[in-house]
Structures are given as C-alpha cells and as structure tokens.
Ligand binder design. Structure first.
Ligand code: HT7
Ligand code: ZN
Length: 880
C-alpha cells in the first residue's frame, strides 16, 4: 500500500462552496443524490478535479447540468478524476451504498436497525464522491427520506428547517448547518430513538436546546450525560470565553461504534459506553469517563470544528488540544487541589501505561507524524495523550493567563480555517512575545526524552547545584535527536519536610516551586542561600512527558512520600520505591530464587504504605493511588528483557506481603471508607469507594475465609455497580466457594444490559486463571460476537492486553490465538483488527523463545491474503 507523506501536501484543485444531499434511506440500498458547487482554486490552473469514493456504485454524474461522458473522467483506485473542468462547477452525483453490509462501521451503517454515520477520518467517501480532506470546508444542506414507522427520527447536522410526510408511508426532514465544515464532521442518524431534552441558557442569555438520544428503554440512563454536557458548556464559557454557536446540540448513543465518540457538528455520536449510566449498571470510572468524553466532544466544537486541521498529519492540533481541555475540565469539576492532583496522576498513569511503550516501539511516531499508510492507525496515545502533554507544557511555560492569551489569538487568527500545529505554536509565541522555535521539536521528534539529575551541595557557600542532562533514544527512522525545550518544575525540601524558599542565581525569588527551562543537552542551575542539604523534588506535577532518572535512596523516597508538598511527586516517590523492590525481586525470581515469606519483609516500603494508609487527613482517592503498585505493563517497560510470569509472580507476592503485614490497617481502611446511603458518583464518594475496594483487593490476596466473606457480603449487598464489580472480581480471583454462582447470577441479572455484559467478559478475560482455552470457551458463549467492537474489546483486548502472564504463555498459545483473531477481525472491521494487531508491538523486548513465537504469529498475519492496509501497516512496521 501507498505511504502518504506530509511533505507532499498540496492544496485542493477545487474548493467546495455548498453541498446539498438527499438520502433515500434503506438498509439494503440507500440512494444518495449530491449536488456540489465548486470553484477552482486559483493556484491550481490546469489541474483536474479530484474526488474520492470507496465502495460506491456510481449511478449518475452530471457537470453544469449535463451528463459527463465516459471520456471526460476516470474512475480508479478510489479516485474520480474529471479533466478540463471549468472554473465554476456544479456537480450532481448519484450513488448507491449498502448500509446493512457495512461491518467496518465507517461511512453509513446500520446498528440494531437504526442508521448511523462515521466519517472521520475518511468515511465520507463511502457515502458519496467528494474531495474528502479536512481542508475543504463547505456549507451543507441535507434532506433525509425514510419509512416513517421504521425510522421516525431523522437527524443531521445543524438546524431542522423543514419536515413532513411524503404520502407513501415515508417522511422527510431537511437539516441545514449554518457553519462551513470539513466532510469528516458530516453526520446523519435515523431510526427509532427517544430523547431527553432540556432548554439551556447560555451566559449571553441565548437559549439553546440540548438533546440526548438513546434507544427506548435507556431513557433512565441519560441524566449524567446531560449534566456533563451542561457543565461542559458552562466551563468553556468561563475558562476560555467560548460559547456554543448553534441553537441545538444533540448527542446520540449507538451500541456499535469503533471508538469512544465523534464530534460531528451539532450531532455528536457516542458509543453507548460514554452515554448510558445509572448506579445499577455504571461504575465510578464509567461516570468519570462519560463526563470527560462528553466534555471532549463538546470542546471539539471550537478546537477541531471551528478551527480544523489542514491535513491529517495535523491531527494532534485538535486532539492533543482537546484532550488537554477535557483533562482540565474534569480536574476543575472535582474542584479541590487534591482532586486536581489525583486527576493528574490518573492521566500520567495512562501516559506511562500506553504512550511510553508506543514511543519506544515499532509504531513510534512524532506528535505530528511525517508519513502514514492508514490514517486510522494514527489515532494513537501519542497524538492524543502526548499531544495533550505538549499543550500542557505551553501552559506550564507561559502561565495560565499567557496560555489563555495564546488561545484567544489562535481563534482570532484562525476561526473558520483549516490550519497546522505550527499555527497554534505561533499564536502561543506571538501572544506572549516568546521565542518558541525550539519547542517545535516536541512535534517533529518521536521518543520519550530522559532527563538525568545530578546534585551538589556546598555547605560553606550555601549553594546547591542541580545539573540536568537530557537525551532521547533513537526511534524508527530517527537516529539522532536534538535537545528539547523541557519545563522542569522543581522544589527543595528541608530536613523537616518543608519546602525551602528558592533563590535561583540570577533570578528574582520565585516562591517554593519554580519552572526551570532545560533547553541544552546539559545545564546547571545554581540555588543560593540554601541553609542545609536539601532533598530535591523534581518534575513536580509531571511538568513534561519525560523519564526522570534520579538516584534517591529508599529513605529519601520514603521521606518524599511522606512530606512532598507536591502531591504528584509524593505519589511518584511511592511508585519508585515499589518499582525498585519489584525489579529486585524479579531478578531474584529469574535467577531461580523461590520467593519465601521473609522476602516480603520490606520495612521501608511496608512502613511507608502503613503511614499512607493511616494518613486519614489525605484524600481517599489520593491514598488509593499511592497504595497501588505499578502495573505489570509499567514494570515490563523498566526491564531490558521482559519476563511476564516473573513480573506477575512478584507483583502478586508483594501484594500478598503488604496484605499480610498491614492486615489490620487494610481492614480499618475498608470499614472507614464505606459510603452508606444513596449512591453518588461525586469525586469524594468515588474516592472513598476506591480506597475501600483497593483494601478489599489486597485482603483477598490472602484468600482466607475472612476475605471471602467480606467479598461475598459486599457482592450480595452492593447498591451500585462499582462495589458489585469489585467484589465479583475479588471472588473470581480467589478460591472463594461462591465465585461460580456469583458469575452466573451477575450474568442473569444483567443479560439485557450490553455494557454490563461487556464487563462480565472483561472481568473473566483479565482473571488470573483465564488461559487461552478459557477465552476460546467464552468466545462460544451466545452473548459473544466479534462484530460488536465493545464486545470484541472486552474479551480479546482484555485478554491480549490485560492479562500478560497468560497471554504470554510459554507455549505460544496466546500468540496463535491472537493471530487467528486479528485475521478474523480483519475481514469484519479493519480498524478494530489493527488495534488488536498492536498487542505484539513490544515483541523484541521478550526472551528469545517468546520472541520467536511472536515473530511467527506476526508473519502469519502479514502473509494473510486480503489483509486491510490498516492491519498490514501495523504488522509490517512491527516486523521491520
Ligand atoms: N475525533 C474522533 C476520532 C475518530 C473516530 C471516532 C469514532 C469512530 C471512528 C473514529 N475515527 C476517528 C473522536 C475524538 O477524538 O473525539
Ligand atoms: Zn477528539
């Protein structure tokens, strides 16, 4: 397949001014009539008019009122090229598509009998011929016609301007979007849906209509999405001065969806997972996920829709910025400083768990990639999460006010345009009169930089030197890296654990935390007036997406864990302490040492954990995070040669040791963090449940009657899904007598709640004793289907990505299973298949026996006939 390069960007030969579309919706054959008015781009004399189309039947093509002869155009490889077109063109196109056969869930498709579209990135070309690229922005008017009984609701972007009956049992609706938009933001929905609606008054006094559309029977699960939408609207007005520009804003939930949600102008389409919630079916994490995704899609209305991307290489321009905005929104919704810190820790955990491995693997790419084969493969954690970190660094360097000034200038300059990441950087620089030239490297260089810290204290001169060095390992196609512009937030602790006032040589006093700007390979920062040898707290609030290498003693880490005023670094110190111990034990296990009870005798770690457990003045949510050991994936990233079984053994062993040594403390935490009464998903209650349930998960490691009874009782009495699911997970991962019965009652109770059945599959996919054989058995369950992405993700991704010690079974059975499923999914849904194909990204980090088996599985997939370019790109890059 063809590689597309950023350097090859050329503007389109024609602009599209208006788009009129008529749909005759029928699941078997939908007829689409399109009228485009187009104007030649002045810079492209003599160039032909180029439209994209995929899986379409072309019925008619007319230009300026006349049918186009076969000699006037060519149609091959998804491109319709019209030669010698005049400067002003009206093109009329009639196409046919087959929505009910569309299992890719891109373009127009059917889900549970209703019609939906998904056009980002290149799905519009599956609906009609069009210059399907984000820099072509046009005004759309859309008429939908369909059977009135089967499809009573007809929705598209913008405002409803007309509706009525057609007389033959069919009806129609006409929608007009007043704003110019790229084709990827087009949407339609038709079917049997109902909505919760509310009128909402904006700060300006204008009234807008908000709607959340779902299938009948789900109306009792829309309140949280509606509340989240209202909060998002208010937040964007207050924090960024951005107002909703439409009179009507709709959210529609669909059960078959490739990703989380889609920001189509005025008609957001959501995976049901990010809309439906009530205490019976949704966990605290689900409630938080809904708030953040509703926010994310709403915020795109400005960052993505009003100002969009010139080309798909600029994807992070909208995604990185919008993730940053949704992260800030969620943090502000919690409202407290410690809540903000917990949110920050959560976001960094995601980055380390998923983005750091990506940045060190075969699919590593810059935040603004230089090439791709299939753009769908570039909706990555690098574009989203690292992209957000890059945006956050502007705020760290410029301050909140400076960042806001940059945002204001960005909209002032680019509203209604399709632009590049460089335009955003220029707005930030110009609004603040700063030179951000070097900052460009965050967009152009892949890889996670490493920052090393050296310190020297001079007690006589009362000076403290902090030397920071940076380097970045090579990534595919990029051997040498230039130094990044890295904001490093620092503080210094005195021996009592308090922050020292900071006096940086050559600078005015800057409080107790300051941002150092590391721009060279190596730089020394000198602090004066330092009365005693400090303990440094570096990279506070995780001020840059880097790996910080610093030699702390165990005692210093325990000290920071107990005292650092920066909650992020307080958490980080505990993670470092635990990681160090787990890596030591893993080496022991690999050397043939059998872990015995006294190996768990780890006074510094145990006492730090005890202190944290007993620190009841701290937020429960914070304590939960501080007491959670780094995940198996994060530990694996720290090893030169990954040994999944050893990691699993050690992590479990350490958890059991901590469970045993702190037995009483866990029980106290369990009892004192109960949340009796009516369930509420607010951050404080969710934090308490989080700590209580973490305590249960430690206690169940002991697998004794006491723990079994605790888990069973919690399962039986739970009044919300969070408590119930955690209890069920505890039972399933133990030898409790009630575990099989609990799994069955859970299934029976929630048989008709698809999102809960996804949890049921996921829970089993990630259970300790679930091997390939068990997963194959689960695939035979009547509720399992590969066609539904949520279901496939629960079981297959759950196992391949969330159960490392079983997936990496030494006989290679996990890899053979993976290859089979990637191939099966490839025929149904290439996008989902390509995501699963990423599970073997890090194969070169494993022991040679496993490597050989992984390579064989990758080759098996790569050699399969009829492979989509989505999957082919992933496996080819993995094998390269
Ligand atoms: N902008 C959207 C990204 C997207 C997508 C969504 C659903 C299905 C397929 C998709 N391809 C790309 C989602 C977002 O970031 O908000
Ligand atoms: Zn997005």
């Amino acid at each position: 397949p063809q590689t597309i390069y950023r350097k090859d960007y050329t503007p389109p030969s024609y602009w599209v001014d208006t788009v009129e579309m008529g749909f005759d919706l029928d699941p078997a054959i939908t007829r689409v009539a399109t009228r485009l008015t187009m104007t030649r781009n002045r810079d492209s004399r003599n160039k032909s008019l180029v439209l994209c189309g995929e899986a379409l039947e072309l019925v008619q093509l007319r230009m300026n009122g006349k049918p186009l002869t076969k000699r006037a155009y060519t149609l091959h490889d998804g491109t319709l090229e019209i030669f010698n077109a005049p400067d002003k063109v009206t093109l009329e196109i009639e196409t046919l598509t087959h929505p009910d056969r569309n299992t890719s869930l891109m373009g127009l498709y059917v889900s549970n009998g209703n019609f939906f579209t998904q056009c980002e990135a290149e799905g519009f070309r599956k609906i009609t011929y069009f210059p399907d690229r984000p820099d072509v922005m046009a005004k759309y008017t859309v008429m939908l016609r369909a059977d009135k009984k089967k499809y009573p609701v007809l929705l598209s972007n913008g405002n409803l301007i007309e509706e009525g009956d057609l007389g033959d049992g069919r009806h129609y609706a006409v929608w007009e979007d007043p704003f110019k938009k790229p084709s990827y933001l087009f949407a339609l929905v038709a079917g049997q849906l109902v909505c919760q609606e509310e009128k909402y008054t904006l700060q300006s006094g204008r009234e807008v209509l908000l709607q959340v559309w779902v299938e009948e029977g789900n109306l009792d699960k829309t309140q949280h999405a509606m509340d989240s939408l209202k909060n998002s609207i208010r937040w964007d007005e207050e924090r960024f001065g951005l107002e909703l520009d439409l009179d009507r804003f709709m959210i529609v939930a669909v059960g078959d969806f490739n990703m989380g949600a889609m920001e189509n102008k005025g008609l957001n389409i959501f995976n049901t997972k990010y809309v439906l919630a009530n205490p019976r079916i949704a966990t605290d994490a689900d409630y938080a996920g809904i708030e953040s995704v509703v926010g994310h899609e709403y915020f795109h209305n400005w960052t993505g829709n009003r100002v969009t991307c010139r080309d798909w290489f600029q994807l992070s321009l909208k995604e990185g910025l919008t993730v940053f905005r949704d992260q800030e929104f969620s943090a502000d919704m919690i409202g407290t400083d410690s809540g903000r810190a917990v949110k920050r820790i959560e976001d960094v955990r995601v980055l380390r768990q998923a983005q750091f491995p990506e940045d060190a693997g075969p699919m590593a790419h810059p935040v603004r990639p230089d090439s791709y084969v299939e753009i769908n493969n570039f909706y990555t954690v690098t574009i989203y999460e690292k992209g957000s970190e890059v945006v956050r660094m502007y705020q760290t360097l410029l301050g909140r006010d400076g960042f806001r000034k940059g945002m204001d200038l960005y909209f002032q300059r680019h509203d209604g345009q399709a632009v590049e990441c460089d335009d955003f950087r220029a707005a930030m620089a110009d609004a603040n009169d700063r030179d951000l030239t070097q900052f460009e490297l965050w967009y152009s260089q892949a890889g996670t930089p490493r920052v090393t810290v050296d310190t020297h204290y001079d007690p006589v001169g009362r000076k403290y030197e902090l030397t920071l060095s940076q380097s970045c390992p090579p990534t595919p196609g990029e051997d040498r890296k230039l130094p990044f512009h890295i904001p490093v937030k620092v503080g210094l602790l005195n021996s009592h654990g308090s922050d020292m006032p900071l006096h940086l040589e050559g600078h005015a006093q800057a409080g107790t935390t300051m941002v150092l700007e590391l721009t060279k390979e190596k730089q020394t920062f000198v602090f004066t007036d330092v009365p005693e040898q400090p303990v440094p707290s570096i990279l506070r609030d995780f001020s840059a997406p880097v790996i910080l290498e610093i030699d702390y003693t165990d005692v210093e880490l325990a000290f920071l864990m107990a005292n650092d005023s920066d909650p992020f670094n307080r958490w980080e110190a505990g993670q470092r302490l635990a990681m160090r111990r787990m890596l030591e034990l893993t080496r022991d296990v690999q050397d043939g040492h059998v872990l015995a009870d006294d190996d768990g005798d780890e006074p510094v770690l145990t006492e730090s954990f005890r202190a944290m457990l007993d620190a009841t003045a701290l937020d429960s949510a914070f304590r939960e995070f501080a007491l959670t050991l780094p995940s198996e994936t994060v530990i694996a990233e720290q090893m030169d040669m990954v040994d999944p079984q050893a990691i699993h053994t050690v992590r479990r062993f350490l958890r059991r040791s901590l469970a045993s040594a702190l037995r009483i403390d866990w029980l106290v935490a369990y009892q004192s963090n109960r949340t009796p009464g009516t369930y509420s998903p607010d951050a404080a209650s969710a934090g308490k449940r989080g700590l209580k349930n973490l305590a249960l998960s430690y206690m169940i490691e002991l697998d004794d009657i006491e723990a079994h009874v605790l888990a069973q009782t919690q399962y039986d009495n739970a009044n919300n899904m969070t408590d119930r699911l955690v209890a069920l997970t505890a039972l399933v991962n133990s030898n409790a007598p009630g575990k099989v019965a609990a799994l069955d009652t859970f299934y029976n109770e929630f048989e008709n709640e698809a999102l809960v059945i996804d949890k049921w599959f996921m829970l089993q996919a990630t259970a300790r004793t679930t091997d390939v054989k068990a997963v194959r058995k689960l695939m035979k369950h009547s509720a399992f289907t590969l066609k539904n992405p949520n279901r496939a993700r629960s079981l297959l991704f759950g196992f391949c990505n969330g159960n490392p010690s079983q997936f990496h079974a030494v006989d290679g059975s996990g890899y053979a299973f993976w290859a089979e499923q990637v191939i099966a999914l490839n025929a149904i849904n290439p996008q989902v298949a390509a995501r699963l194909a990423r599970s073997l990204d890090r194969w070169r980090k494993y022991a040679p026996v496993l490597q050989g088996k992984m390579r064989a599985a990758l080759k098996q997939v790569a050699d399969t006939k009829g492979l989509s370019k989505d999957v082919l790109e992933v496996v080819t890059k993995s094998l390269a």
